[in-house]
Design a protein around this ligand. Structure first.
Ligand SMILES: Nc1ncnc2c1ncn2[C@@H]1O[C@H](COP(=O)(O)OP(=O)(O)OP(=O)(O)O)[C@@H](O)[C@H]1O
Length: 793
């Protein structure tokens, strides 16, 4: 392994075979690290004990219950947090020219017997920053940066960098920190799950991670520059730095697909942050699972911003004025409600500016009023007469009496089933689902609501009568419709019930944690403590859930997930270039403060509805008020592979610069061409061959979408444990995916099959190929079925 660039540090490695001095140093660090683990154990026991006590406390006033509930949440979270940092608790040490050394780790531990001196600094604390930023040229007072390697609780090695321009240099790399540890991490076999990079965050990444909370930050970077890693560490950093501000509102991370979310799902828990909500856009309409797929061209139309107008028109279209007078039988008499009356009622209600469902009661009043006048006419009540009932002896004010009669008639009309049926026809209460189902199920409705689309486009939107379910592109439309319609009571009640169920789940989780702590701690807990811990059995999840209702939002993520109108404290979008204009609208509604981090690469846009320029996507929401950070170094893709990918990038846009690879492998990508009929056979041979070289790593086979079933079957027949599809198990040694499914993922070795077809399959085909070619950390093989070169189109 060679480095692509130079560096100004001295790197010494200690481990097996090291001299006595290193052994002493390892022994010294081991002592310190063991002391930290003892403290961690104390903290964990203390939190478990407090959780048990809080759980045992029942009764009291609502306010007391609420206080206890927040304690339950807080201690449960602490138990979680202390458990999460078990691996690699302390990974760094800074020695300064003056003063005491600082140890850096996954969380802060303080010495309560010595004025709360830090024993271990949280990596996110400002004082820990030189660990990531100090260089020989700008050492920030640091003399030596030490990476402490460990397995479980044992220190296994040390990597030191002396930040001294005059020190002997072991490499030429100018910009890397913790080079040896970094390269070890980059060369390690992939596991199918993303790991954290907290030990080796690089300076340009650190600046993004610690950028201010406010405003929109766009992080643009080529493949493998660590955008996803940075996005996740930024979430952890923001929660640490702005905990007060974010705890109640929560942080949402949006990713491109469920496989990707699964791939990254371990990172934040390993950083002891569990409260972040990970979702795809398709998950963001509570109660709807977007599990159907549809052709790209349909998704593209649904993603257009014009769909907002289409939906608004579709709602207006449901506020009906009949062509003919409507006959209503009330109290055995026939009445005719004429179109002009309906139109006047509709216009008056529209003018109030209320959204459709919330305006329906106003429309009811208008129509009941009009009908009541017809009824009054017939039975001879004259609201304007002095004595509407005509009797000389009628007591009281005749006008008041007339109004009372009219009000009574209106009430009866209101309750009358026939009148209600008319109201439902003229101004139906609609759910977003109903509006969309009716719209996409009717050519006439589409023609009325979407004159700006062509016949062919409307034809693409039209669904057959037995269509059920929703696609990802439907979700922003449902959300838009919900805004236009307003929520009716039933939806609110259903949501409250869902929230209650989630509180029960949360409470069950808290009880599990308490019981788990009980079994860990009982061995060495004094007897009375064991008493306290077993008290958790007395509380059931249902009761705890009821108490949570008045709690302070410790299940923020769950509450946010169930509430369409939740306003988050911060939103991070990964692969943000894939969002359609309608998806942007949805997300912006979830973040009125516009505190967002958007990471992506406009050169990798695969979705036809996605964006090719950040300013176009953001203009409608923040104008030009967003800041851009660029990541320029690729940690994933070795230089040899990047050189090949760069040719495809030039096809996409010759002005775009590929990222600089941080390393070379010395192995050129393989390129093979076979006759089309021989492709599947040769693929199987290559997969078998690669599988033997994999060691413990993973092979990704990336194929054209149009051939995925056929080629996945061929691979599955040839090797055991191959996985494929939207729910592919990335831990399998061999995974067969389309490029879309492989977005954001990486493998030790990658086989790109039939690149020409990948390019031909979509208008963004070159971008797809660029993504495919940049997924490998070690080896790349391109298998073609045509004689054309990869970049030759
Ligand atoms: N500072 C770092 N230390 C160790 N590993 C790193 C570092 N930065 C990035 N990596 C690793 O490089 C790989 C690529 O990172 P990541 O997936 O975040 O890149 P990306 O920019 O999101 O790529 P893509 O655009 O292809 O989705 C990952 O394995 C990640 O862990």
């Amino acid at each position: 392994m060679q480095l692509s660039h130079g560096e100004t540090v001295l790197s010494t490695h200690s481990g097996a075979g090291d001299d006595g001095r290193h052994a002493d140093e390892i022994g010294h660090e081991q002592k310190y690290v063991s002391m930290l683990y003892d403290r961690l154990d104390d903290l964990r026991r203390q939190a478990a004990r407090r959780l048990a006590t809080a759980l045992r406390n029942t009764g009291g006033t609502r306010q007391e219950q609420s206080q206890r509930d927040s304690n339950v949440g807080m201690y449960a979270e602490q138990v979680d947090r202390y458990g999460a940092v078990e691996n690699g608790l302390c990974f760094g040490r800074l020695d300064f020219h003056d003063g005491e050394p600082l140890y850096i780790g996954r969380l802060g531990i303080f010495d309560d017997s010595h004025d709360y001196e830090p024993l271990l600094l949280d990596w996110r604390a400002p004082a820990a920053r030189p660990f990531y930023l100090a260089t020989a040229a700008a050492p920030e007072g640091v003399r030596r940066r030490r990476h402490i390697r460990s397995r479980l609780r044992t220190v296994t090695g040390l990597d030191d960098e002396v930040l001294d321009l005059d020190a002997p240099r072991s490499s030429r790399h100018e910009e890397l920190t913790g080079e040896a540890v970094l390269l070890a991490a980059l060369n390690a076999s992939r596991t199918g799950r993303m790991g954290d990079i907290v030990e080796t965050i690089q300076a340009e990444q650190d600046r993004v991670i610690r950028s201010d909370l406010a405003g929109v930050l766009v992080v643009q970077g080529g493949p493998g520059t660590g955008k996803t890693a940075v996005a996740l560490h930024r979430a952890a950093y923001l929660l640490y730095t702005y905990r007060e501000q974010l705890a109640g509102r929560g942080v949402l991370i949006v990713g491109p697909n469920p496989t990707f979310l699964h791939y990254i799902s371990q990172v934040l828990p390993a950083l002891a942050e569990t409260g972040v909500l990970l979702r795809t856009v398709g998950d963001l309409f509570p109660g709807v699972g977007a599990d159907r797929t549809e052709p790209d061209e349909v998704a593209e139309i649904k993603g257009r911003v014009a769909m907002a107008e289409v939906l608004a028109a579709a709602v207006r279209d449901r506020q009906v004025v009949p062509d003919e007078p409507l006959e209503i039988v009330f109290d055995q008499e026939r009445y005719l409600l004429d179109p002009a009356t309906c139109a006047a009622a509709r216009d008056r209600v529209r003018r109030t500016g209320k959204v459709h469902n919330l305006a329906r009661p106003l429309f009811e009043v208008e129509i009941a009023h009009a009908l009541a006048e017809l009824v009054a006419d017939r039975i001879g009540i004259d609201p304007y007469a002095d004595d509407p009932l005509g009797g000389d002896d009628a007591p009281g004010d005749p006008q008041i009496l007339a109004e009372a009669d009219l009000a009574e008639i209106r009430r009866e009309l209101h309750a009358d089933p026939e009148v209600r049926a008319v109201l439902d026809r003229l101004w139906p209460v609609l759910s977003p689902q109903r509006l969309l189902t009716d719209l996409f199920g009717s050519a006439e409705r589409l023609a009325t609501a979407a004159p700006q689309l062509t016949d062919a486009e409307r034809g693409l939107l039209l669904r057959g009568p037995d269509w059920t379910g929703w696609t990802e592109a439907d979700v922003p439309l449902l959300d838009e419709a919900a805004e236009l319609l307003g929520e009716d009571e039933r939806a609110i009640q259903a949501r409250q019930e869902r929230e209650r169920r989630q509180r029960i789940e949360y409470a069950e989780g808290a009880l599990e944690i308490a019981r788990g702590s009980q079994s860990i701690d009982l061995e060495d807990a004094p007897e009375d403590e064991a008493e306290i811990l077993t008290a958790t059995d007395l509380i059931d999840a249902d009761r705890l859930a009821d108490r949570q209702e008045y709690g302070d939002g410790l299940s923020t993520a769950q509450r946010a997930a169930a509430d369409r109108r939740w306003a988050f404290g911060h939103i991070i979008v990964d692969e943000a270039q894939e969002l359609s204009p309608m998806a942007w609208r949805l997300l912006m509604r979830r973040i009125p403060s516009r505190s967002m981090t958007l990471v992506g690469d406009v050169a990798q846009t695969g979705s036809p509805a996605g964006t090719a320029a950040w300013d176009t996507a953001l203009e409608p929401y923040v104008g030009g008020r967003w800041r851009l950070a660029q990541l320029t170094v690729s940690y994933r893709t070795p230089a040899e592979i990047m050189a090949l990918a760069a040719k495809v990038l030039a096809e996409i846009d010759p002005t775009l610069e590929p990222p600089r690879s941080v390393r070379e492998t010395g192995e050129q990508p393989r390129d093979e061409t076979v006759r089309p009929a021989a492709l599947a056979g040769r693929l199987v041979e290559l997969v078998r061959d690669e599988a033997t070289r994999l060691d413990d790593g993973r092979l990704g086979v990336l194929v054209p979408a149009g051939r995925v079933h056929e080629l996945a079957r061929a691979v599955a027949d040839a090797v055991a444990d191959a996985s494929t599809g939207n729910a592919a198990d990335l831990a399998s040694p061999v995974v067969v995916l389309t490029v879309r499914q492989a977005k954001g993922l990486e493998f030790d070795s990658v086989l790109v099959v039939d690149p020409d077809r990948i390019v031909a399959e979509s208008p963004r085909g070159h971008r797809d190929l660029y993504v495919a070619l940049t997924r490998a950390t070690q080896r790349l093989t391109v298998l073609r079925a045509t004689p054309e070169p990869v970049s030759g189109r």
